[in-house]
Design a protein around this ligand. Structure first.
Ligand SMILES: *[C@@H]1O[C@H](CO)[C@@H](O)[C@H](O)[C@H]1NC(C)=O
Ligand SMILES: *[C@@H]1O[C@H](CO)[C@@H](O)[C@H](O)[C@H]1NC(C)=O
Ligand SMILES: *[C@@H]1O[C@H](CO)[C@@H](O)[C@H](O)[C@H]1NC(C)=O
Length: 255
């Protein structure tokens, strides 16, 4: 295969990888149409109130807020759905009404802390008791310790993918050496980053099986989302670009 064809194939795959990563990065950065629909992980607490009522034997007025604009993190009431992106989370009452928390670099996935920050003080102790200690969901520092490095791996991998794409457009042996190197490093980082995120979410998912009073589901449901699949797909496409970048690098070196 001629070097030019290889470059074109490599450029195509790294371009697709960059596009997929851009979508992963915008997930949950705000509540507009596209970011709102993309999330790495979602925690649905719609049915938690049922479990709390079952555990206490009384109703729990004010557990949820019905005003989507009351501030997050001030113990002013739970929202039904919490969705995380790479930079932070957003909380929703329903499909349309919601708001996002602060967006920060190297955001950590601390679902229990986030839920407790919205749980009115009156229900705080019961909530801590009802979520079993054995679930990783409750272990915020454990989940944070996984998701912080995962963020950096995905972030650096994004820079690598973008760098490989841009540098690879200039046709000479040095640019192909650099593109080949960046695509390989990016691929490895995406593999490790996506694996860590997947493992952290799987660990947190153990809370889905939790029950109160022997049989009532706890009503806290963790699911992985499209943002995670985007990172995995970006890994595959960047992997597919590594061979043609490397081949074009050799093809040009031989000239
Ligand atoms: C959240 O859970 C409730 C109760 O199980 C369900 O009806 C609802 O569809 C879920 N929402 C999402 C966005 O998954
Ligand atoms: C909802 O909360 C916001 C912010 O606290 C407040 O300004 C607004 O008046 C509330 N709306 C209703 C209908 O209570
Ligand atoms: C979502 O919740 C808001 C605030 O309670 C409400 O005004 C709106 O009608 C709800 N939308 C849907 C689709 O249920």
């Amino acid at each position: 295969m001629r070097g030019e064809t290889c470059v074109a194939i490599a450029t195509f795959f790294s371009f697709v990888s960059v596009i997929l990563l851009i979508f992963a990065h915008v997930s949950q950065i705000n509540t507009s149409a596209v970011p709102r629909k993309l999330h790495l992980v979602q925690v649905n607490v719609t049915n938690y109130g049922v479990a709390l009522n079952a555990a206490t034997g009384v109703t729990s007025p004010g557990l949820y807020t019905d005003n989507a604009s009351v501030p997050l993190g001030d113990e002013l009431g739970l929202r039904n759905i919490y969705s995380w992106g790479l930079y932070g989370y957003c909380a929703y009452l329903n499909d349309t009404a919601g708001q996002c928390g602060n967006q920060t670099f190297a955001n950590e996935f601390r679902p229990m802390d986030v839920l407790l920050s919205d749980t009115p003080e009156a229900y705080s102790i019961q909530t801590k008791t009802l979520v079993p200690n054995a679930t990783a969901f409750k272990n915020s520092s454990y989940l944070a310790g996984l998701t912080k490095p995962a963020f950096w791996l995905v972030f650096v991998a994004t820079l690598c993918a973008g760098g490989a794409l841009l540098v690879g457009i200039v046709k000479n042996k040095w640019t192909f050496i650099v593109s080949s190197f960046l695509s390989i490093v990016g691929t490895i980082f995406l593999l490790i980053g996506a694996s860590i995120y997947t493992a952290a979410i799987d660990k947190a998912k153990t809370v889905n099986q939790a029950v109160v009073r022997g049989s009532v589901p706890l009503g806290i449901e963790v699911t992985a989302g499209s943002g995670l699949w985007l990172i995995w797909a970006a890994f595959v496409t960047l992997l597919l670009s590594t061979a043609p970048y490397t081949i074009s690098c050799w093809a040009f070196l031989k000239r």
